[in-house]
Write a protein of this length. Structure first.
Length: 347
């Protein structure tokens, strides 16, 4: 039996019941694929359900405003993906007559859609023979064929893509792609793969050669940058100052005013920084969290501290709020509020 048949047989018996598997609507598949790029299935499912019940159709998303979309996305991270979803929904609605593109070559032109998402939508919704490559697929292929090409090098991508295409079934293309990803996450797992009960073990070179855990091959990681975020909690009449972020990963989300540095800054430095920023004659700050709060992103570690601030002149400008519900905020802010809301009694 061919590899694709074995994988589809496995899928028919072990397929997970997930809400986006009940539809071929490209809009819903698109939303699910973008959400699942950044979260586990369990958490992704609840985000998907919330998002689809708020924006059930492409038209409803296209006619919404960014603040609402970011609020639905809050906590998922990678907010540029939410902004791109909205941009592309508006583009399909306004420029393409609400007709979702139907081929890989057209889908990939949408802003925020890369090879993975275009392949998934084209295969699942339109049965195009476009293999997907995610971490699970890389791992399965590298183990079965003992591929030595490091999976974290872009130069390996073409090799894996060609291999995946050569193995792909010509029928049930969408099922095949989903099968391979499910198989990777449930059977050919990163640690402790279930080789003993694996129905493709007879074809698997690394199993036959007892080298399973050597694969996938990775080169040493790129250095992850560290940034120091010093936030100030500035209150007036029991309301707290928040600001809209103008650029970067949290563009258009709300945060407390912040000083960002590549090294740890002293209290004195921060006092001078905020003194200048608010054109004040005297600023005093005091630390709220004694230990840095670490927030890890794929390419970056943020080390954050939060400071109470006492400021000589009255800061008039800015958005002072007591209820944060309507303001999309990064997970870091929400975690901080959750932890300190009783102690600070201002949130
Ligand atoms: S035999 Fe083991 S390593 Fe090979 S595909 Fe199956 S689970 Fe993965």
């Amino acid at each position: 039996m061919k590899f694709s048949e074995l994988i589809l047989n496995w899928y028919d018996e072990n397929k997970r019941n997930l809400p986006w598997r009940l539809t071929k609507d490209p809009y819903k598949i698109w939303i699910s694929e973008i959400i699942l790029q950044q979260t586990r299935i369990a958490q992704g499912t609840s985000y998907y359900n919330r998002f689809i019940s708020r924006f059930p159709t492409l038209e409803s998303l296209a006619n919404s405003d960014e603040n609402d979309v970011l609020l639905m996305w809050q906590g998922l991270g990678y907010y540029s993906r939410a902004r791109n979803l909205l941009f592309s929904a508006k583009h399909i609605y306004n420029d393409l007559g609400s007709k979702f593109p139907v081929t890989y070559n057209e889908i990939i032109k949408l802003k925020g859609v890369g090879d993975y998402t275009a392949s998934a939508i084209a295969s699942i919704c339109f049965e195009e023979q476009t293999p997907v490559l995610d971490g699970n697929v890389y791992r399965v292929l590298s183990r079965i064929f003992e591929l030595e090409n490091p999976i974290n090098l872009s130069s390996s991508r073409k090799i894996f893509k060609e291999k995946a295409k050569s193995l792909m079934s010509t029928k049930r293309c969408g099922d095949y792609n989903q099968a391979l990803m499910d198989f990777g996450s449930l059977v050919c797992k990163p640690q402790k793969p279930l080789c003993g009960s694996c129905n493709v073990s007879k074809l698997c070179k690394s199993f036959i050669n007892n080298s399973v855990l050597k694969y996938p091959v990775k080169t040493s990681k790129n250095k992850i940058k560290t940034l120091y975020h010093d936030y100030i909690i500035l209150t007036k009449d029991r309301k707290t100052l928040i600001v809209k972020t103008e650029d970067g990963i949290w563009k258009n989300l709300y945060q407390f005013p912040v000083c960002i540095s590549e090294k740890k800054q002293s209290k004195l430095y921060l006092q001078e920084y905020f003194k200048k920023k608010y054109n004040s004659s005297r600023v005093k700050i005091s630390l709220i969290n004694q230990k840095f709060i670490n927030h890890k992103l794929s390419h970056l570690t943020l080390k954050s501290r939060f400071w109470n601030i006492n400021i000589e002149n009255n800061v008039a400008k800015g958005l002072f709020v007591s209820d944060f519900t309507d303001f999309p905020m990064p997970q870091l802010m929400r975690n901080f509020r959750e932890k300190y809301k009783t102690k600070l009694s201002i949130f």
